[in-house]
Design a protein around this ligand. Structure first.
Ligand code: CAA
Length: 259
């Protein structure tokens, strides 16, 4: 198996791959190298006939606090457009085996979008979901605006995307953003996700993959994903994106000039 720097992989059950995001000091901020490793590990599990389902998790404090703001803050429109910034994130939507997100702590921005690209989301009572990009002078860039609208509806999505408000695990469950909130306690949500993955593993793997395929086929995204990505890219030509992300890195309040 491949050696990774920003994620950990293990086999807690013979038929289950556990992928743990592992940049604890940065609250698992999703840097480009981290995401490349994640996609590689997912492909590896998808291609391994002995794996039935995949569990994706972070730390107790953070599933993932978003795309890496420090990596992004100085990027210009030309860079993000030319290099198709974040476009490879959607690679994981082509994985055929079920991916179960076990979310504790912050799932913000790209972290919330990452959870939404998984097939089942289980939440610890400590989970907090949000799309705080608006505070950085940008918008969700990983398809979250479209996926959230499908899952929780327009009004709630607008509130999340336009105010950046964080949503508790309970509220997320009421809204159908997660399938359920598990009991509290360290490691509980991962344990529960592994147990669901194991249960899936006891079924016919052909039928399981077909099940995932038809559920996804029934709800195509209403708007071309890369079209939203292009609008996200366009914001890298604004002063407010530079100000918003620099302010975060410098731990001060952003002073937006609407330009
Ligand atoms: N990118 C880079 N670094 C991050 C980060 C991120 N998204 N989130 C947290 N960190 C870093 C912090 O800079 C800090 O680093 P230092 O110790 O070197 O200063 C470390 O992680 C710990 O974070 P805090 O000290 O801020 O911890 P806190 O408990 O005070 O606050 C938090 C936690 C509320 C989650 C806060 O860290 C935060 O607001 N993070 C950013 C959330 C965010 O805006 N996410 C959206 C990113 S944009 C995006 O995702 C675009 C997209 O659509 C794909």
């Amino acid at each position: 198996t491949t050696q990774y720097n920003y994620i950990l992989t293990s086999r807690p059950e013979p038929a289950v791959t556990l992928i743990t995001l592992n940049r604890p000091k940065a609250l698992n901020a999703l840097s480009s190298p981290l995401f490349a490793e994640l996609n590689e590990a997912l492909r590896e599990a998808d291609n391994d006939d002995s794996v039935s389902a995949i569990v994706l998790t972070g730390s107790e404090r953070a599933f993932a606090a978003g795309a890496d703001i420090k990596e992004m803050k100085d990027k210009e429109y030309a860079d993000v457009y030319k290099n198709r910034f974040l476009e490879d994130w959607a690679d994981m939507t082509r994985i055929r085996k079920p991916i179960i997100a076990a979310v504790s702590g912050f799932a913000l921005g790209g972290g919330c979008e990452l959870a939404l690209m998984c097939d089942i989301i289980l939440a610890s009572p400590t989970a907090k979901f949000g799309q705080p990009e608006i505070n950085l002078g940008v918008i969700p860039g990983g398809g979250g605006s479209q996926r959230l609208t499908k899952v929780i509806g327009k009004s709630r999505t607008m509130e999340m995307v336009l105010t950046g408000r964080m949503v508790s695990a309970q509220e997320a469950a009421q809204w159908g953003l997660v399938s359920r909130v598990v009991a509290e306690g360290e490691g509980e949500v991962v344990k529960e996700a592994i147990s669901v993955a194991k249960e899936i593993g006891d079924r016919s793997q052909i039928a399981v993959q077909a099940g995932k395929e038809v559920v996804n086929a029934g709800k195509p995204l209403p708007f071309n994903f890369m079209a939203t990505g292009r609008i996200f890219h366009g914001l890298f030509a604004t002063k407010d994106q530079k100000e918003g992300m620099s302010a975060f890195a410098q731990k001060r309040k952003a002073n937006f000039v609407n330009a």
